[in-house]
Design a protein around this ligand. Structure first.
Ligand SMILES: *Cc1c(COP(=O)(O)O)cnc(C)c1O
Length: 389
């Protein structure tokens, strides 16, 4: 029942069927939540289906892992307790003290903190570089020491685009692996392994789960030696996705394609509305021809995603007022759920980089455009952008 990149059925078919066959005993169409820590053995070492202890493997998690591998066109998938647990497992599986990694100069805050405050203490050094600048990434590589080139695309919240194919070539020339955090695009819009990346990592908390009701992470790879290293560390470190969380994430995953199309439809309409609005100074969206990463995004992404960032004309005070007055857009962190969210990166998700070169503009607002009725989303934005009397 191995569902891998050899499964050539369509994306939505894989999303719904890969990783699980209806239960042979009951016919249950959906993987049961196997709330069990251990498994009866038929004689010593006589495991049924390889299950021995639920840190090592649990059937509910196995089903999710198979589906994730199939959607990313990988060979093996691994599900974790959070995106950061997945990232930590990659670092420990694929680097050792004295090694070096290149990371995005606008990396997700938690990723930066993991490299800067945790991995560094254990001897893994890192250098930031702009993912949109292949030559800057090449220049940041330390020959012989750089083991990982770590990329997000699109990045958060400025939606910079990295050319996965070109970055894979640069990493491989230096004997390093390319890791792509595919959280923002989701496997529906972009499959980094097909473009030469070695490792894909996700916060499944976002689009993959899609309903803002579960925290999780995933790693998908093609190379079996890398898979063995990740699998060994997943079990050895133990930050696995539990069966209840695996069930919820897998349930969300089945509708990823239809949700992403609606996220993209709505985001495109929101962008069209904002671009012409007199209170909006700049709209940042990779689907806009003027976006510096547009050509690369057009090549490697199916569509441009559900995240839209924009700057208002009235400075920080104006941006804060817009965020606070929104009603259909909920003021909150995170992204990728069915509900629309609005946030002020400077004071919220990116407050920790204030005063550094990673600081974001104070008049910037980030939207995670949900799948509500588009008329209501546009009306809400129109209302909050009106100058206050
Ligand atoms: C949220 C997020 C993470 C971290 O994932 P958690 O599930 O919160 O641990 C990593 N990368 C990106 C791009 C994210 O948005």
């Amino acid at each position: 029942m191995s569902q891998t990149h050899r499964d050539k059925s369509g994306f939505e078919t894989r999303a719904i069927h890969a990783g699980y066959e209806p239960d042979p005993m009951t016919g249950a169409v959906i993987p049961p939540i196997y709330a069990t820590s251990t498994y009866k053995q038929d004689g010593v070492g006589g495991l049924r289906g390889g299950y021995e202890y639920s840190r090592s493997a649990n059937p509910t998690r196995t089903a999710l892992e198979g589906a994730l591998a199939a959607l990313e066109e990988g060979e093996r998938g691994f599900a974790f307790a959070s995106g950061l647990a997945a990232e930590d497992t990659i670092l420990r599986a694929l680097t050792k003290p004295g090694d070096h990694a290149v990371i995005p100069d606008d990396a997700y805050g938690g990723t930066f903190r993991l490299f800067d405050k945790v991995a560094k203490v254990w001897g893994l050094e890192h250098s930031p570089a702009a993912v949109s600048d292949v030559e800057a990434v090449r220049a940041a590589i330390r020959p012989g020491r750089t083991k990982l080139v770590w990329v997000e695309t699109p990045t958060n919240p400025l939606l910079n685009i990295g050319d996965i194919e070109a970055l894979a070539a640069v990493a491989h020339e230096a004997g390093a692996l390319l890791v792509v955090d595919n959280t923002f695009a989701s496997p529906y819009l972009q499959q980094p392994l097909t473009l030469g990346a070695d490792v894909v990592v996700h916060s499944t908390t976002k689009y993959v789960g899609g309903h803002s009701d579960v925290v999780g992470g995933a790693v998908v790879v093609r190379d079996l030696a890398i898979a063995d290293a990740i699998g060994f560390h997943q079990n050895a470190m133990g930050a696995v996705a539990g069966p209840f969380d695996s069930f919820l994430t897998h349930r969300g995953l089945k509708t990823l394609g239809v949700r992403m199309d609606r996220h993209c439809d709505n985001a495109e309409q929101v962008v069209a509305f904002l671009v012409d609005h007199p209170q909006v100074a700049e709209v940042i969206y990779p689907g806009l021809a003027a976006h510096p990463g547009h050509a690369v995004a057009a090549r490697q992404m199916k569509r441009y995603g559900g995240i839209v960032s924009f700057r208002v004309t009235g400075g920080e005070e104006h941006a804060l007022a817009v965020c606070e007055r929104a009603e259909v857009f909920t003021l909150g962190e995170s992204l990728g759920g069915v509900e629309s969210l609005i946030e002020h990166p400077g004071r919220m998700t990116h407050a920790s980089v204030a005063g550094t070169e990673l600081e974001v503009p104070p008049d910037l607002i980030r939207l995670s455009v949900g799948i509500e009725s588009i008329e209501d989303l546009i009306a809400d934005l129109g209302h909050v952008l009106e100058p206050r009397r």
